[in-house]
Design a protein around this ligand. Structure first.
Ligand code: GRF
Length: 208
């Protein structure tokens, strides 16, 4: 059984996709042991509550220094003994100590086809604004392991989405979520839970 802790900051539609997939059986061998948000008003926390999943808020704002927050944050995650940590729209920088402690056991969903439109400053709507302003015809999403860089870890799954003529950043963001993010994030968790993802020489090898 893969014990998963999900980290969220906002609406939590990706969290919802994971919960639904666990409940419907399209993610197997997995249970969500807890959800952590840095934002006490995150709608994602209500989604966890509604499904009887343990949840809590831990915010950098409540600590005198980033070091102190990082320490308490790692403790909070450790308490739920995760086999896998899922960043589902989590906007806080992951402490380096957590990355090395959970090497190749933290995954993130990014709303572009990495290495396009990723790295520092590319988050939320900014990703879709940049894609539209460059005029690309295909966008998408990526699930990857988290390493010390920004969006640089081994890529597990990607899915492409067509750009349409009248797209705005908001419309494109929604289509990327519906057609790519909500599909490949649950799929990646199921693959990991069933031992189908390994990392070799810095690359994720996926046997489907
Ligand atoms: C998603 O677009 C995700 O790719 C990005 O943040 C957004 C989170 O949305 N990193 P939600 O909170 O899952 O609805």
């Amino acid at each position: 059984m893969l014990d998963v802790v999900v980290l969220v900051s906002g609406g939590g539609t990706n969290l919802q996709a994971i919960i639904d997939a666990v409940e419907s059986g399209s993610i197997t061998n997995t249970r969500i042991t807890g959800v952590i948000s840095n934002n006490k008003n995150a709608y994602a926390l209500l989604r966890a509550r509604d499904h009887g999943i343990a949840n809590r808020c831990i915010s950098p704002k409540d600590y005198a220094s980033r070091e102190e927050f990082n320490e308490k944050f790692i403790e909070a995650v450790d308490e739920w003994k995760p086999d896998l940590i899922v960043l589902a729209g989590f906007l806080v920088v992951i402490p380096p100590a957590m990355i090395s402690k959970y090497r190749n056991r933290i995954i993130n969903i990014h709303p572009s086809l990495i290495p396009s439109f990723c790295g520092t400053g590319f988050y939320g709507l900014k990703v879709h604004e940049a894609a539209l302003s460059r005029g690309v015809k295909v966008v998408g999403a990526t699930v990857h392991f988290v390493d010390e860089g920004t969006d640089t870890g081994p890529i597990i799954l990607q899915k492409a989405v067509e750009v349409e003529l009248d797209d705005t950043p908001e419309i494109l963001q929604k289509r990327v979520m519906e057609q790519a993010e909500w599909k490949i994030l649950p799929r990646a968790i199921d693959l990991i839970a069933n031992g189908k993802v390994t990392v070799r020489a810095g690359k994720a090898i996926v046997s489907q």
